[in-house]
Design a protein around this ligand. Structure first.
Ligand code: AP5
Length: 209
């Protein structure tokens, strides 16, 4: 099964994807996570995208499409995938249709107020990428990941100005994908407002698993 996770920044796509990996046994492919690893490694890709991502803007379509095309060609993605954060523009969605057939698109639905609360308190493990939240899901020891002992930090693009930009970019460039996929009969809406366990239940119901 080839699945896309769609939704505004901070909707909980990454958090749910980590659960969905266990439920569906599919690899989680996050373009944001790939870019953050490249930035941490100071690779040519990382150096190219760092300022763009920190400002809350989108990386150009050509770079992103090529990256996803290569990733989906890898062995683990042949049984299916959970694609989180791609596509984010209509040209990305059209390009994806040319190299992979999407089965379902899960739209995580949440108002801006919920997003601001989630992004404002998000903390992320630098080593394994696990998401924490200072109110909803605190690490047991301050600043240390429960899962791998890595350093827990605040993403540069979770600063207030960058979040405002990300929301604006989401509305203008990514939200049109909701109708794009609804018109193709692929969209499933999931209420992303409740606590994680309830969102998991909503997700399983919507997927029929
Ligand atoms: P990306 O990493 O994809 O960022 P995003 O889409 O903005 O999504 P987030 O990671 O911010 O949020 P999320 O929905 O995964 O929420 P999370 O689960 O973390 O992309 C980053 C950047 O890379 C982009 O801005 C862009 O520059 C670039 N990029 C990436 N893909 C691109 C593309 N295709 N084209 C161009 N550029 C691209 O949850 C958030 C917080 O809430 C966490 O603290 C979590 O613990 C908490 N939480 C989650 N669910 C719940 C819940 N149900 N109840 C309470 N708390 C919850």
């Amino acid at each position: 099964m080839n699945l896309i996770f769609l939704g505004p920044p901070g909707a909980g796509k990454g958090t749910l994807a980590a659960k969905a990996v266990e439920i569906l046994g599919l690899p989680h492919i996050s373009t944001g996570a790939i870019f953050r690893s490249a930035i941490a490694a100071k690779s040519p890709l990382g150096l190219k995208v760092k300022a763009i991502i920190d400002a809350g803007k989108l990386v150009d379509d050509e770079t992103t499409i090529e990256l996803v095309k290569e990733r989906l060609a890898q062995a683990d993605a042949q049984k299916g995938y959970i694609l989180d954060g791609f596509p984010r523009t209509i040209p990305q969605a059209e390009a994806l249709a040319g190299f992979s057939a999407v089965n379902k698109v899960v739209n995580f639905d949440i108002p801006d107020t919920g997003v601001l609360e989630r992004l404002g308190g998000r903390r992320v493990c630098r080593k394994c990428g696990h998401n924490f939240h200072i109110i909803f899901d605190k690490p047991k020891k301050d600043g240390v990941c429960d899962h791998c002992g890595g350093e827990v930090y605040t993403r540069d693009d979770d600063r207030e100005e960058a979040v405002a930009k990300r929301l604006e970019v989401y509305r203008s460039q990514t939200a049109p994908l909701i109708d794009f996929y609804r018109n193709k009969g692929l969209l499933i809406d999931v209420d992303a407002r409740p606590a994680v366990d309830e969102v998991v239940i909503n997700f399983k119901k919507a997927m029929g698993v």
